[in-house]
Each structure stands twice: as structure tokens, then as C-alpha cells.
Write a protein that binds this ligand. Structure first.
Ligand code: 2IT
Length: 444
């Protein structure tokens, strides 16, 4: 058995040289579904896994634009249309200097499993650009978005591929992208999610990734006889996901003591609550991507160049980006008595950190924990199709139910005596539906 799995990985690496993050994501999935795959020869015979690691289509394009000084700028745009077995390609756009094809392939691959877990009819995709909104003016961001959409519009559509936001793409960018799509196609459709409330957006979409992650963590805690209430929690990042996560933790009686940025982390032992949560939005709107000003504003400590995982807490929720929690961080968390890590970022833990955490405490991967974001995007698509808007309560109720179902799926497929391996649970649970749909649809 080992030989086969190794052969699979060697072949993958040969076909996709240098795509480190993509290999990491595939290896994690393959490692946990291999037994299941072997026990089900119908999947092997149809080469389901071999097909799953090959995106159905990749679009790469030039994005030229003119900055405020009149200088020509060139970025690269991407859309990875990974898998459409369950529905139109669905997944965010990331605008960040670190974006490469490998990063978008890892995200698109993960998205396929994540979207399957939501129970909604969505395939997997991801896109973006190496353009970073950091330090750019509003006019520059608008011109970039218009140029990006001028190519992308011919590849997407409400029944084909429905992008949304990710790092560097929020309400403002979705607005500019939507405006240009509408202008080019002369069609007002639900081609993007994360839209403004007045023009087709869904209530709770901005909060959904964070809220859903906390609902998921709450189910993990309940299973081991605990609750969010009274827990001290470390969070990383200070963007959209951290913001929603912190709001919901406060609402449920937990205390968040850290946030972080590329510059370091903040330790606020009093808890990040009240107007401090509002301040996060202000911090983000400056486009500087640094968290240090929080320390000056509220008189607490800033630790330059460090990860928040050295702070002793009951629970840790990574909310920033991939590989933000490494093996040493994982060891430090466990040593300091942390009981649970719920990953709200995509592939927030390095492979060795994830393995270590799974062994010693409860650890759940991003594709299960953060699926609430794309789930509410799916609900936004439903509302757009009906040309109708649900109330806040209605959307929140559906989000809660979806997170409960995802947790149950993880327990069903990941339970081993008294412990749940959430990595196995999420991967096998996500795989089965996609694989069965692919079998039914023939060799395509
Ligand atoms: O990683 C993710 O699930 C997202 N960035 C959200 C994707 C979406 O289509 O809402």
C-alpha cells in the first residue's frame, strides 16, 4: 500500500514541479483517504484521485493597468477551475504579492472538498493575482479590478464559475469587479458573491467565515464536555476572518487575547472586545497590513516578528494564512495546556504541526472549520436565483445547521474509538460526494 501512495506522490511532483503548497495540500488529503480509496476499487478503476488532482482548467492572463503617477503596471491574473462535479466552480479571489499558481492550486484543491462538505451544490475553484492592494489608492484598486475583470468575464458566469473574496478582496473589490462584469455582459446576475446588501449580497456573508468557525469550534468543545464560555483564546490575523471570529467568541462569552499581522502580534490580556473590535475595521482600511498601531491605541504589548502561539491559552484559532502555525508553535501550544486548535485559515498549520496537534489534542483543518464562508456564498447564490433576500435570522439558522452537519460528517468519517481525527473526517467526508458524482458523470 505504501508503495502505491509514494508512487502517486512522486508522479504528482514530477508533473507539477516546484508547486510546494499544492503538494502539501494533496499529500494531506491523499494520506488520510488512501485506506478508503483502496477499500473501494470502483474509485481506483476510474482513476478518481488522479483526475481530482488535475484541475479541469487553468486560466492565466496579463493584467495591465496604469497607476496614479501614470506609470504602466503589469500583474498576472489566474483562475483555477478545479472541479465541477457538484456544481459551478466556486471559490474566492486572492489579491496578494505572495500569490503563485501553486498557492491557487492548493486553495482550489482544498475548496473542492470544503464545498462538498457544505452540502450545497458547488464545485471548487480559486483565483487571484500577485497584485497587492497594500499601499494602493482607491483609484488604483478600481483600475486594477476593471482590467482583471476585462479578461476574466469571458470565463465565468452564474452557472459556470462564481468567484468571491479571499485575502485582499473584500466588499470594495467585489464592487469594482461586479460593476465591470455587468458593464461588459450587460447582465445583472449573481456572478460573484460577497456583494453589497443593496445589490444582491446576503446578510451575514461578511461575518460568515468567522461565525461559522466559532460554531464549529463550539461543536468540537461540546463533544469533549466544554464550551466557548470562559475560555481564553488566541487568534491570529486582523482581517475579515479574525474580525468575525472575535465578534462571535465575545458573544458566546469567550475572551480573545491576541491578534497578529505580518509585523508581529498583540497581546491584550483584557480581551479584544467593544470598540476594540470596531477598531479592527479601521486598522484594515488603512491598507498598511500592520497590527502594531493597536498596541499604541489601547496601551498593550506588541511582540515584533513573533507568532501569537507562544501565549498560554485554552483554544487557538489561526485566522490569517497558510502555514502560519509551525511545528514549534504546535509544541508550545500543547505544552502550555491548549486543548483545541480550530483552523479558520486555509491550511493554517504546516503538515508536521497538523500531525502533532492531531495526535495530542483536538485539531480541525480549515476546510471543515472555515466552510461557513463559502456556505453563505452558496446561500447568496440561492437568494440571487430566487431574486429574494432572506432575513439575518434565516441565514444564520442555515449557517448554524450547515456547521453542525459538517461537524457530524467529520465525526462519522473520523471517529476512532473515543477520539475524532478531524483531518480524516473532513477529507473522507468531502471526497465521497465528489467521487460519486464524478463516477456518475463518466470519464470527463
Ligand atoms: O476560502 C474560502 O472558502 C473563501 N475565500 C470563500 C470562497 C467563497 O466563494 O465564498
Amino acid at each position: 500500500m505504501k508503495a502505491d501512495i509514494n508512487e502517486f506522490i512522486v508522479n504528482l511532483e514530477k508533473r507539477t514541479p516546484g508547486e510546494r503548497e499544492f503538494h502539501q495540500a494533496v499529500e494531506e488529503v491523499i494520506g488520510s483517504i488512501w485506506d478508503f480509496y483502496e477499500r473501494n476499487p470502483k474509485y481506483q478503476k476510474a482513476k478518481i484521485l488522479e483526475r481530482m488532482v488535475e484541475p479541469e482548467r487553468i486560466i492565466m492572463f496579463r493584467v495591465p493597468w496604469v497607476d496614479d503617477r501614470g506609470e504602466v503596471q503589469i500583474n498576472r491574473g489566474y483562475r483555477v477551475e478545479f472541479n465541477s462535479a457538484l456544481g459551478p466552480y466556486k471559490g474566492g479571489l486572492r489579491f496578494h504579492a505572495s500569490v503563485t499558481l501553486s498557492i491557487l492550486k492548493f486553495l482550489g484543491f482544498e475548496q473542492t472538498f470544503k464545498n462538498s462538505l457544505t452540502t450545497l451544490p458547488m464545485g471548487g475553484g480559486k483565483g487571484g493575482s500577485d497584485f497587492s492592494p497594500k499601499g494602493k489608492t482607491d483609484w488604483e484598486i478600481m483600475r486594477f479590478c476593471q482590467s482583471f475583470m476585462t479578461e476574466l468575464y469571458r470565463h465565468i458566469g452564474p452557472n459556470t464559475d462564481v468567484p468571491a473574496g479571499d485575502i485582499g478582496v473584500g466588499g470594495r473589490e467585489i464592487g469594482y469587479l461586479f460593476g465591470q462584469y455587468k458593464r461588459l455582459k450587460n447582465e445583472f446576475t449573481g456572478v460573484l458573491t460577497g456583494k453589497g446588501l443593496a445589490w444582491g449580497g446576503s446578510l451575514i456573508r461578511p461575518e460568515a467565515t468567522g461565525f461559522g468557525s466559532v460554531y464549529f469550534a463550539q461543536h468540537m468543545l461540546h463533544r469533549i464536555g466544554k464550551d466557548i464560555e470562559g475560555q481564553t483564546i488566541s487568534v491570529s490575523g486582523f482581517g475579515n476572518v479574525a474580525w468575525g471570529t472575535i465578534i462571535k467568541i465575545n458573544e458566546l462569552g469567550g475572551k480573545v487575547v491576541t491578534i497578529s499581522g505580518p509585523d508581529g502580534y498583540i497581546y491584550d490580556p483584557e480581551g479584544i472586545k467593544g470598540n476594540k473590535v470596531e477598531y479592527l475595521l479601521e486598522l484594515r482600511s488603512t491598507n498598511n497590513d500592520i497590527v502594531e498601531p493597536y498596541a499604541n491605541e489601547f496601551g498593550c504589548r506588541f511582540f515584533a516578528g513573533k507568532h501569537p502561539w507562544e501565549v498560554p491559552v485554552d483554544l487557538a484559532m489561526p485566522c490569517a494564512t497558510e502555514n502560519e502555525l509551525n511545528f514549534d508553535d504546535a509544541r508550545e501550544l500543547v505544552k502550555n495546556g491548549c486543548k483545541l486548535v480550530a483552523e479558520a485559515s486555509n491550511m493554517g498549520c504546516t503538515a508536521d504541526a497538523a500531525e502533532y496537534l492531531s495526535e495530542y489534542i483536538d485539531y480541525a483543518p480549515g476546510k471543515a472549520v472555515n466552510a461557513g464562508g463559502v456556505a453563505v456564498s452558496g446561500l447568496e447564490m440561492s437568494q440571487n436565483s430566487m431574486r429574494y433576500n432572506w432575513s439575518r435570522e434565516e441565514v444564520d439558522m442555515r449557517l448554524k445547521q450547515i456547521m453542525k452537519d459538517i461537524h457530524e460528517t467529520c465525526v462519522t468519517y473520523g471517529k476512532n474509538e473515543n477520539k475524532v481525527n478531524y483531518v480524516t473526517g473532513a477529507n473522507v467526508g468531502g471526497f465521497v460526494k465528489v467521487a460519486d458524482a464524478m463516477l456518475a458523470q463518466g470519464i470527463v
